[in-house]
Design a protein. Structure first.
Length: 398
């Protein structure tokens, strides 16, 4: 896959529209995890060094086409300014006369951050006129938001119909790492899947049937598979309508000689609180109002043993409700085991998904302990499925 890199573009004295992914965790109007902002810095700094006028676009949250006060990007502009040690001018919209004037007045080496693109419903609809208005603000576009590459939105796919588009350094790094994984996979190959929804993971699981040696499944995702095997999952989160799909995946894995590992025990509670009384029990003992909220000790040991021998690991999604300390043990152990496989076994480890990265950061662990940490959750999964992403399609060399 050959892409048009920003390194091949002439950006000197040009207004460069950069689609970044600053959809970061926030609390009390403060950025609580700046990973995605930090990941965009190499592209921003490169453009500044080359004499560009940098105009940043991003979304935050899901405002559904309305202006939502706590989803404005002012705290992000403040955090970016602090990280890059330069002033960042924040605008109150992403289109309109005021925006046009501010960009017209820009000098080389300046940075502007426009307001949340999703305050306009036309963004997610990839509206042609809205795309045209955004594109008119720059002379070329740089797509550096791998986290939104699987979406056909105006600020990515749409603008590329009107001005030349190039890959940013982050997107380039993501594509190289994931392409390399798909082309050169050492065994044993282990896929760890967590999170809650089966629908987002089906494609990857099916794509790697016959390729992966082990599937380790936890989180709410595992509950659906446990229910599909006939276990009582009590009052746990699971997707009843996806049981036939879960049964099909397990059967196909067996046919393809892969091993599908579900929790053999679990941490359960009747309520999700910091004072909840928990039990670590075999999965077959789950009943009544019990909620499965983490993998149990024996499952942790089994998963750790498999991970320790792996040479290639993909991990997407926490295996428990890590935000609550009582249900974080499983995810913490997986994070440590995968990091150890990287250093002790020289394993190639690819981590993805916002929740996975949040968990690792919450545990105070170093993201550099993994081979590659993807900024895209859904985009990473779809790329690994072999799907052509709209945000990547527009930056391919024709």
């Amino acid at each position: 896959m050959k892409i048009k890199s920003v390194k091949t573009a002439d950006v000197k004295d040009k207004q460069v529209l950069v689609r970044v992914d600053f959809n970061v965790p926030m609390e009390n109007n403060k950025v609580t995890d700046d990973t995605r902002i930090t990941e965009a810095l190499p592209t921003i700094n490169y453009l500044l060094e080359k004499g560009a006028k940098v105009i940043l676009m991003s979304h935050l949250g899901r405002p559904d086409g309305k202006i939502v006060e706590n989803l404005k990007l002012d705290p992000i502009a403040e955090k970016l300014s602090e990280l890059i040690e330069k002033p960042v001018k924040k605008l109150n919209d992403c289109i309109g006369p005021e925006v046009e004037q501010a960009i017209k007045n820009m000098r080389t080496g300046e940075i502007i951050l426009m307001e949340n693109t999703r305050f306009h419903p036309e963004e997610e609809n990839c509206d042609k006129e809205f795309s045209k208005k955004l594109a008119s603000l720059g002379q070329l576009a740089v797509i550096d938001s791998f986290g939104t590459a699987h979406r056909k939105h105006a600020s990515t796919y749409g603008i590329a119909r009107f001005i030349p588009a190039y890959a940013g350094l982050l997107v380039e790094k993501e594509i190289n790492a994931l392409s390399n994984l798909m082309e050169h996979t050492e065994r044993p190959f282990v896929i760890i899947m967590g999170g809650s929804k089966i629908q987002t993971k089906i494609g990857v699981m099916k794509n790697f049937l016959g390729k992966a040696d082990h599937f380790l499944v936890g989180g709410g995702l595992a509950n659906t598979f446990l229910a599909a095997k006939g276990f009582n999952v009590g009052d746990s989160l699971y997707e009843k309508d996806q049981i036939p799909t879960a049964q099909e995946i397990m059967l196909e894995t067996e046919t393809m000689h892969g091993e599908f590992h579900l929790p053999i025990d679990a941490v359960v509670a009747d309520e999700i609180t910091v004072t909840a009384k928990t039990l670590d029990i075999p999965v077959e003992d789950t009943e009544g109002k019990m909620k499965i909220l983490d993998i149990g000790r024996n499952t942790i040991t089994e998963f750790e043993t498999i991970i320790a021998k792996a040479k290639t690991i993909i991990w997407n999604g926490p295996v428990g409700l890590f935000e609550n300390e009582k249900f974080s043990r499983g995810t913490r152990h997986i994070a440590v085991a995968v990091a150890n496989a990287t250093s002790n076994n020289n394993a190639k480890t690819i981590i993805g998904g916002g929740d996975t990265i949040d968990a690792i950061n919450n545990f105070g662990m170093d993201l550099n302990k993994y081979t590659h940490v993807s900024t895209g959750g859904g985009a990473m999964l779809e790329f690994l499925e072999g799907t052509m992403l709209p945000g990547i399609e527009i930056i391919l060399e024709k």
